[in-house]
Design a protein around this ligand. Structure first.
Ligand code: ADQ
Length: 457
């Protein structure tokens, strides 16, 4: 029996001492790799002056990782370029922010080729290869060119856009054709999967048969939704930790009896932070009776600082948050606490638990694990309310949340108000249904189903 080989842009297995602080995805992949004596391959995050193709192998937390150094030009064209300035905005429907540059295309292909060449000698005849995310769409094509016949699967963590959006990308056909070098492609939602099939059927006359087999370019690929989840069991453990409890207490104390509306996101334009602040301002403007009885805590950790759109967004959020506090704060009430520093998972768990409302309102999101973590962190006897964007992948399965359109500040403001006033009985009923889903559809199930399906392909 072969091993599992996971390939992703960055490699981050939890270190032995890092249990409770690493993300659920890293933990789930690492667990599978440990069981299978597998390998995790990717970019080291380091750049060297001249690319040598040398890779370093090491064991981290019982997982073998192989890391490749790239050149600075690779980082700017492939990572900051095609991945984060072309595909990320495009797949999140922000055609206004998409940069199309030939050099980005070239960098993307070059790095995928480099990944393939370096990985090639490590692949055994029966190994199963699982490629993660939009940075590496062409990797299977590059491996096939070099004679690899192993099963190769691909999972996309972000949305797959509608056909009309995708077709604004120069050479979009090439990108789609590259996906047909995989045996299986997984999406977060049925909607994403339908978007892919719709493109394949209309633009390349693909034939679709039972079980999601899509045939085009003389190849067949299985396209299917595999919604990702959190590691619910581990999260429950984290929640019991001393740090989580200390943070919960700290928050309760600092709330001073006021209700807390909480947002936790990477500082990213896809997360709808400006719209969220605007909705909160509408809530304050329309409801003077709520003043001093609530506050909003938005944790927005800086991300992709090298990309202009992220710097611009940060500047706008600084302005808007200042305006809200300037207009509404009193000597002993700050209506909006806006925080850019990062928090650990165990700290976040305690903060989630102290919240009355969880605001998860992205304009587009593959899944959104914050929504699931918020639910998992609630006190069953007195749970908070999740306000969730209809455009988060999570909304496909979390129907008992208060579902909102993040583009409507009135919609969101009303949902927050409704959540704050929701009777305990209704809060419990909604939470129980949500938690049941979070617990059963966890990250272990996501991984096992993807791998089992790929093995059977
Ligand atoms: P992300 O866009 O990073 O992930 P998300 O799923 O919300 O988004 O968060 C991933 C993890 O980061 C969560 O575990 C969360 O706790 C943590 N995180 C987020 N903001 C944080 C903050 N300010 N401080 C500390 N931790 C924070 C991409 C896709 C998502 C998809 C995931 C997994 O964009 O749609 O759900 O991959 O597939």
């Amino acid at each position: 029996m072969g091993r599992l080989i996971v390939v992703s842009n960055r490699v981050n297995p939890p270190a032995d001492s890092g249990v409770g602080t690493a993300g659920g995805l890293a933990m789930a992949l690492a667990a599978a790799l440990r069981e299978d004596k597998g390998l995790w391959f990717g970019w080291s995050g380091q750049t060297v002056e001249t690319y040598t193709g040398q890779m370093s192998m090491q064991k981290v937390g019982g997982v073998t990782v192989a890391l490749l150094d790239l050149e600075e030009q690779d980082q700017s064209e492939y990572y900051n370029g095609y991945a984060n300035r072309t595909l990320w905005p495009l797949f999140h429907y922000r055609t206004d922010l998409v940069a199309y540059e030939r050099s980005f295309d070239e960098g993307y292909t070059r790095v995928n080729t480099r990944f393939a060449e370096t990985l090639l000698p490590l692949i055994g005849p029966d190994d199963l290869i699982w490629v993660q995310d939009y940075h590496l769409i062409p990797l299977a094509r590059e491996l096939r060119k070099r004679g690899v016949t192993n099963r190769i699967g691909f999972f996309l963590h972000i949305p797959w856009p509608a056909r009309s959006i995708l077709s604004t990308l120069p050479r979009h056909g090439e990108l789609v054709e590259a996906l047909f070098s995989y045996d299986q492609i997984g999406f977060q939602t049925e909607d994403d999967c339908e978007n892919f099939v719709d493109y394949a059927v209309h633009d390349v006359q693909a034939v679709v048969s039972d079980g999601g087999l899509v045939e085009a370019y003389g190849k067949k690929v299985r396209a299917k939704a595999f919604p990702i989840g959190i590691d619910a069991e581990d999260f429950a453990e984290t929640l019991k930790s001393d740090t989580a409890e200390a943070f919960r207490k700290l928050m309760v104390k600092s709330q001073a009896g006021r209700k807390m509306v909480l947002g936790v996101d990477r500082l990213d334009y896809s997360k709808g932070l400006e719209e969220r602040f605007a909705a909160y301002e509408t809530l304050l403007a329309d409801n003077p009776d709520l003043h001093e009885h609530l506050f909003m805590l938005q944790i927005a950790t800086r991300s992709r600082d090298d990309v202009d759109a992220y710097q611009d967004l940060r500047a706008r959020l600084d302005t808007i948050s200042g305006q809200i506090n300037g207009a509404y704060a009193t000597v002993d009430w700050v209506p909006l606490r806006y925080v850019n520093r990062p928090y650990r998972r165990d700290e976040l768990a305690g903060i989630y638990r102290a919240a009355h409302i969880g605001l998860v309102t992205p304009l587009r999101d593959g899944m959104n694990l914050v929504a699931k973590e918020f639910v998992a962190a609630q006190d069953p006897a007195n749970p908070g309310v999740l306000v969730l964007s209809q455009f988060a992948g999570a909304a496909e399965h979390m129907k008992e949340a208060l579902i909102v359109n993040p583009l409507s500040r009135e919609d969101m403001s009303e949902a927050i108000k409704k959540g704050l006033a929701m009777p305990l009985k209704e809060r419990k009923a909604r939470w129980e249904a949500l938690y049941d889903n979070v617990r059963t559809h966890d990250v272990g199930r996501w991984r096992d189903q993807f791998v089992a399906c790929l093995k059977a392909a």
